[in-house]
Design a protein around this ligand. Structure first.
Ligand SMILES: Nc1ncnc2c1ncn2[C@@H]1O[C@H](COP(=O)(O)OP(=O)(O)OP(=O)(O)O)[C@@H](O)[C@H]1O
Length: 462
């Protein structure tokens, strides 16, 4: 049995907390779906999961299970099984006893040996059934914890960062195993992680959260290719999308450009619909998003249709084996999303600056600037917090604060990362020609909302 889960305008206020941990969160999860809740630490993912499990009260809003109002249903009556990151096994019980433990209550008086054996076979852990948790590796312990969830034949799996205590190799292996298992069983699964790679590889859909508010719910593919705002664009994808401050130049007659300060991108004529829509941004500051694969190092003569020319100075080459990431200085001003971790290290920091600890100074400067921006976001939020109906303000795609990186010589380096083949022969200081594929150009307004590709015009990817 599997089930549908609906959250309708669900909010959670913890006592003594000024702002909600979860703010009017709405989501429909289909029976058998694998949904990933993704977002940075503290954005409210676990709180959503715990409200679905019944471990946390819902302050306002509704939880529906298969269409039935279920806010007050006792956790034990929800037929849900949870798997946590810390395995939570009983140390004095063998794996067999740990897996069989919940069945004592779910199948009282029944022989549950066959159910435990079946679970062990599915997970490939028959050999460790008679061992205690202290005699198991981390990966084996997590398999037993999953076995304990599976053996109950739940209608929903709720997984809270179940792999985060494991090393990278094991994580990748168990990730594939979880996907195989849950899809094979057809059980609705809600999986919490802050690891975007994990979310992208596991989820049928990904719900991306920021500060308690849902930012986007879509397939992983759509989250990557059509981020609704700059926060989603920056959170999803490795290496992080290049975000550059720019201005639209659109004289009434003549061409149209995106001006990065020292260089301009000319938009080819006739302008397509998306580029025409940029005309209304004339003179305004925008944020340009370019993924590392949207730019290539090549001569202008090699440009394909839709590619336009820039240039950059090589700052650093990151060899990755199967590819290289070339960090370039195009003379642009990067935009930083303060909620996400620190901006990319500057070349000065990376190269071990000899200029009297400027890396540390810069870190402090960036932190200061981030605090300033966050403060201004708080101001903006609090000024809009009064509402005539006395209810908290309706959550929206809140402005995604973006800031210029502080303007020091160090910060003007490495503003663009380009993905290339591993054998690229460029050296630090080389000026290289770049071709930008305009089909992969994103433009966000100063509030951080995507305006190009224009949201209404874009066909859905599915
Ligand atoms: N019991 C509690 N009392 C007060 N505040 C809480 C409580 N539990 C969580 N919070 C706060 O609610 C917010 C959301 O927490 P939550 O654990 O849901 O975030 P998360 O996205 O799961 O974070 P992480 O990835 O770090 O686990 C945080 O600001 C957290 O400090």
């Amino acid at each position: 049995m599997t089930r549908a889960i609906t959250l309708h305008e669900v909010s959670k206020y913890y006592p003594k907390q000024p702002s909600p941990a979860v703010d009017r969160f709405s989501l429909d999860i289909a029976p058998g779906e694998f949904l990933v809740l993704l977002g940075p630490s503290g954005c409210g993912k676990s709180t959503v999961l715990r409200m679905i499990a019944g471990l946390e009260d819902i302050t306002t809003g509704e939880l529906l299970l298969d269409g039935e109002y279920s806010n007050d249903l006792a956790p034990g009556d929800r037929r849900m099984a949870m798997v946590f990151q810390n395995f939570a096994l009983y140390p004095s019980m063998t794996s067999r006893e740990n897996i069989g433990f919940p069945l004592r209550f779910e199948m009282p008086g029944e022989e549950h040996g066959p159910r435990v054996d079946e679970t062990a076979r599915i997970l490939g852990i028959e050999e460790i059934l008679d061992r205690y948790p202290g005699q198991l590796s981390g990966g084996e312990r997590q398999r037993v914890a999953m076995g304990r969830a599976i053996s109950r034949h739940p209608s929903v799996f709720l997984m809270d960062e179940p792999l985060s205590n494991l090393d990278a190799k094991l994580r990748a292996h168990l990730r594939a195993e979880i996907a195989r298992l849950t899809h094979g069983m057809g059980v609705t699964t809600v999986y919490v992680t802050h690891d975007q790679a994990e979310a992208m590889s596991l989820g049928d859909r990904v719900a991306i959260m920021r500060s308690g508010v849902l930012q986007q719910i879509s397939s992983p593919r759509e989250a990557y290719h059509l981020p609704e705002n700059v926060f989603v664009a920056a959170f999803v994808g490795t290496p992080r999308i290049n975000l550059l401050q720019a201005t639209v130049i659109a004289p009434l007659t003549g061409g149209m450009w995106i001006d990065f300060g020292r260089q301009r991108l000319g938009l080819p004529e006739p302008l397509n619909y998306d580029h025409q829509m940029l005309r209304i941004q004339q003179g305004r500051r925008i944020i340009v998003g370019l993924r590392s694969e949207a730019v290539r190092i090549a001569q202008p003569s090699q440009a394909h249709a839709g590619e336009v020319v820039l240039s950059g100075i090589v700052e650093h080459v990151e060899y990755q084996g199967h590819e290289s990431l070339v960090h370039l200085n195009t003379g642009s001003r990067p935009a930083v999303v303060p909620e996400l971790e620190a901006p990319r290290p500057t070349s000065a920091a990376r190269n071990g600056s000899r200029r009297g600890g400027s890396g540390v100074g810069l870190g402090k400067l960036a932190q200061k600037a981030a605090r300033r921006i966050q403060a201004s976001v708080m101001e903006r939020d609090s000024s809009s917090s009064a509402s005539s109906d006395g209810l908290p303000p309706k959550p929206q795609q809140a402005p995604v604060s973006v800031m210029d990186r502080p303007s020091t010589p160090e910060t003007q380096t490495g503003d663009l990362v380009v993905r290339t083949g591993p054998d690229i022969r460029v050296r630090r200081g080389d000026r290289v020609p770049l071709l930008v594929d305009l089909a992969h150009l994103y433009v966000f307004d100063q509030e951080g909302q995507r305006i190009c590709p224009a949201p209404a015009q874009q066909p859905r990817l599915e």
